[in-house]
Design a protein around this ligand. Structure first.
Ligand code: ADP
Ligand code: MG
Length: 385
């Protein structure tokens, strides 16, 4: 669907949603057409039944994404527009540019996701909206949350703010709804490195995190130093396949201690080594670096899974696309006799399907968000175990 003049909201004003429409026994949003009559709170709306469709919106960093998910687990449509090209020449995400790009991209991305789900600009068949409200870049988060609120009012459906980290945890459930509990999830992305025990959906215990750089950040910084471009993870992963992982003995911080991670010493070791040996083969450096990161990630995740008696180990976040990490996690889990769940690459990196899935669950366990919901760039995953 091509967005008409005026964007996605054009044409949506003809949809009126009388109290309770589509929400048995519900209150609904009333007063369409008169902004003064919009209730400040929508928390009295009923929660969706498992069959309800949720539109997810994700704009926390450099992916503009929208998806429609049925009953919290069936992806009906999912559209992701990456801003990688926009930020590549700066070697990292430029927050101001990211925010502006979300403003431009969100309308067509939403239009495509809605059309692919058989819906349209009036939100036909969409029962609720889920949107990432943190953590992330403040200007980027605001774009998605403002859009979600506007659509919530225009369509007369509730919306819910979703923690981006919790959304990553839900990505696994989209492809494998029958995962056994408890699970240990290793969430490794450009902005986060977390080891989380999930005893059931929504029940988390944080086991550890990074004390400095996130794993993806370390990949990106080392790749930049080696002149491999941005984003660094895929570039290092590709070239590392041609190098010798034992060429350099890089440090593996806290390898046998606790569940916290540190990658900044490793990053410095790479820089120091290359400066001392300017002729060092880049593929060897990349392979040794990748091996050091993966050794630490796998050792800690494996130990955590054993300590909590996990039935499976899951990966989440962009670094979960790393080929060595995936192979080593599968190997380790097979040896330990537990399940390994490696979501498809599309669900590892930022997407809105995981936001819709987490939002669907949140709507059923706490209800919709208030229209006064703000964004929180530093939102944390709140332990509930
Ligand atoms: P964020 O939004 O926090 O940046 P994403 O979940 O979008 O995180 O993941 C992006 C990160 O994943 C980047 O740091 C990128 O370098 C890293 N990444 C992507 N593919 C790979 C890979 N094959 N190996 C290692 N890191 C990867
Ligand atoms: Mg991203």
């Amino acid at each position: 669907m091509a967005p008409g003049p005026g964007g996605l909201l054009a044409g949506s004003t003809d949809r009126t949603s009388p109290a309770g429409e589509g929400w048995p026994g519900g209150v609904g949003l009333t007063g369409q057409g008169d902004p003064r009559r919009y209730p400040r709170r929508v928390a009295t709306l009923p929660v969706p039944s498992p069959a309800h469709r949720v539109l997810g919106i994700e704009t926390s960093c450099d992916e503009t994404a929208a998806a429609v998910v049925d009953g919290g687990s069936v992806i009906v449509s999912s559209v992701v527009s990456s801003q990688i090209d926009l930020h590549a020449r700066y070697g990292g995400v430029v927050p101001e540019l990211a925010g502006r790009a979300h403003v431009e991209l969100l309308t067509p991305v939403l239009a495509e996701a809605l059309e692919a789900a058989g819906s349209d600009a009036s939100g036909t068949g969409i029962d609720a909206i889920a949107v990432t409200c943190g953590p992330g870049l403040i200007g980027s988060l605001l774009v998605g949350v403002a859009e979600a609120k506007a659509l919530s009012l225009a369509w007369g459906v509730p919306f819910v703010g979703v923690n981006h980290l919790e959304a990553h945890l839900f990505a696994s459930l989209l492809e494998q709804p029958d995962l056994g509990w408890p699970l240990v999830v290793l969430l490794v992305s450009g902005g986060h490195t977390l080891l989380v025990e999930v005893s059931a959906p929504g029940r988390y215990r944080l086991l550890g995190g990074t004390v400095d750089d996130a794993a993806g950040e370390a990949f990106d910084k080392v790749a930049r130093f080696l002149g491999l471009g941005y984003p660094g993870g895929p570039a290092i992963d590709a070239i590392a396949g041609e190098g010798d992982p034992e060429a350099f003995a890089f440090p593996r911080a806290f390898l046998d201690e606790g569940y916290d991670f540190s990658f900044s010493g490793l990053k410095t070791a790479v820089v120091t080594t290359v400066r001392r040996q300017p002729g060092a083969d880049t593929a060897d450096v990349a392979a040794s670096f990748r091996r050091a990161v993966v050794d630490v990630l796998v050792a800690k995740a494996r130990r955590a899974a054993a300590d909590v008696g996990a039935r499976a180990l899951c990966l989440a976040g962009g670094v979960a696309a790393n080929s060595l990490l995936r192979a080593r996690v599968e190997e380790a889990c097979a040896e330990d006799g537990i399940g390994a769940f490696l979501p498809s690459r599309a669900l590892c990196t930022d997407n809105a399907a995981m936001v819709a899935a987490a939002g669907w669950w949140r709507l059923g366990h706490g209800g919709p968000s208030d229209l006064s919901l703000g964004v929180d760039p530093n939102l944390r995953l709140v332990p509930t175990v």
